[in-house]
Design a protein around this ligand. Sequence first.
Ligand code: GN1
Ligand code: MG
Length: 364
Amino acid sequence: MTENIETTLRRVAEVFHLEGEYLGYREIKVGHINETYELQYLRNGQNVGYVAQRINMYVFKNPRIMMRNIDLVTRHIFEKEPTAAMHFHHTASRENFWITGGAFWRVSTLIPGIGIEDGAGADGMRSAGRAFGMFQGYLADFDATLLQETIPDFHNTRKRFDNLFRTVIDDPCGRVRLCREELYFAQSVRDLCCRITALWESGEMPTRVTHNDTKTNNVILDKDTLEPRCVVDLDTVMPGLIVYDFGDAIRYGANTSAEDERNLSKVALDAESYRAFAEGFIGTTAKTLTGIELDNMALGAVTMTMECGVRFLDDYLSGDKYFKIDYPEHNLDRARCQFALARNMIARLPEMNAIVREIYESVK
Ligand code: GN1
Ligand code: MG
């Protein structure tokens, strides 16, 4: 019989030398990849929390590399701003991970605060924009050659489209017939969505050290002031594009509905959230942005929305191996929602570009 999860977590806690009196645990059900648990302890009369995560090794084939990247990046941030750096715990052999029975575990200190999903509204989005912009700033002088790719071609949009259409040819689960309309739509916007890949390859769009998973629930804000506290989920910090960090945050945080909304008439870009995030992000990065980056910020949002939809659809067609799902059509619903959002954004690209320009002119 497999050990129950609480027993495993208690062993993990021991290996990472967590101190204090154990109070309990709960599963944190955000994120589609890793398994995440919060552990509560009482230490010197105070409640302290830890986050224990079991890494998904189907997605992260070499998590040691990932933990090495995270160690380098968090040290660098710590030197700039200690409160903005995540803190990972170590085992007796001074490693920031522990492998047991084929499972890969890590533990960090829980950072108290709130996320955007707790109703932080436009002010929360502005603050999240600042948080990711500042994160970019902390890493601006980080030597990108020190980082290894945790997932090769993670945001190579062209390859993501190519992979989808390769899966369509194989059709391993016989599901292609269930999403013809979605596939036609993806094909119709494919060239538009590969423009940024081309600018990246030609060197016109600069490579920077980026976060690459800027879902706005990866930011922790102070619960009273909404000031940015810390950016979390550093699994995919790698060389990348700033317009994609902007774009992924918009995809997730400026959708009028949830990422997997099934009523597509509810899905659209929320202009107020878009503007607020852009104010925070461009306000903190304006000095380093190039003209090409500014001109492609809004297209970055379209591209990241389509890329994510393409990945959901590819996973649906492949038999749901990558993203965790709650029901059989979950990945298809997620893809449909992303495509509906992208369609709405494409129609509003002039408006989105104008907002970026206006904000840039006011802060530069
Ligand atoms: C995954 O697990 P989570 O929520 O942090 C994915 C992102 C997607 C996102 C879609 C390593 O992130 O790229 O944008 O789902 N992470 C990985 O919600 O693939
Ligand atoms: Mg993530």
